[in-house]
Design a protein around this ligand. Structure first.
Ligand SMILES: O=C(O)CCC(=O)C(=O)O
Ligand SMILES: [Fe+2]
Length: 202
């Protein structure tokens, strides 16, 4: 994989460990890949309860992975969808590129700029300490914001995630930083993001 850019960029964010491949070559044309995932995945819009009020999440998602890789969300344990062959092929390529192993993936579809994801860290106990998360972005570019969890004075760090790019988050990234995909006002096309993870199974 990645004949186009075998060497990732190290993103200089103190207390984080971020590697970024602008163009890791997902094995097929990005627009075609985007369309196949948009049309071939069983997307669902879930609700979330915040401060006692239930809202629809501002994005569509699909949880996919090995049998038994359950995912806790909003108090519910979700069983994974079986691997879509296209997603399994992407996983294999990203494993080869990153040297990490993944048994599950959260797919997010941001339909336009009104969809987003609030600040959070991917630090669920089932991911274990210092998790490795590989995040592949397709379609419209969106900006990931990083906010320090302990140092309130640290400025927000903004990392544009180009269509076709891969971001690897490792080490203490989740322990020290929260990340978000803010909504945005200007016209924005759809984007699909796949975050590959390794769940520690009971
Ligand atoms: O869409 C993105 O780039 C981020 C997704 C994310 O943070 C997550 O799924 O945990
Ligand atoms: Fe995340």
């Amino acid at each position: 994989m990645a004949a186009a850019s075998p060497v990732p960029l190290a993103i200089p964010l103190p207390g984080a460990d971020l590697l970024y491949w602008p163009d890791p070559d997902p094995g097929e044309d990005e627009q075609r890949l985007f369309a196949r995932l948009r049309d071939g995945i069983g997307w669902r819009q879930e609700s979330i309860t915040l401060f006692g009020k239930t809202h629809l999440q501002p994005r569509l998602i699909c949880w996919m992975g090995d049998p038994g890789c359950r995912y806790r969300y909003s108090g519910t344990l979700w069983d994974p969808q079986p691997w879509h062959p296209l997603v399994a092929a992407l996983r294999d390529r990203i494993e080869a590129l990153s040297g990490a192993r993944f048994n599950s993936v959260l797919l997010n579809l941001y339909r336009d700029g009104r969809d987003g994801m609030g600040f959070h860290a991917d630090d669920e106990p089932e991911l274990g300490p210092r998790p490795v998360i590989a995040s592949l972005s397709l379609g419209a570019e969106r900006v990931m914001h990083f906010r320090h969890r302990h140092d309130r004075g640290a400025p927000t760090f903004r990392l544009p995630l180009a269509g076709g790019s891969l971001l690897l988050m490792r080490g203490d990234t989740q322990a020290n930083w929260k990340h978000a995909i803010p909504k945005r006002g200007r016209p924005t096309g759809p984007r699909i993001n796949l975050t590959f993870r390794r769940i520690r199974q009971a």
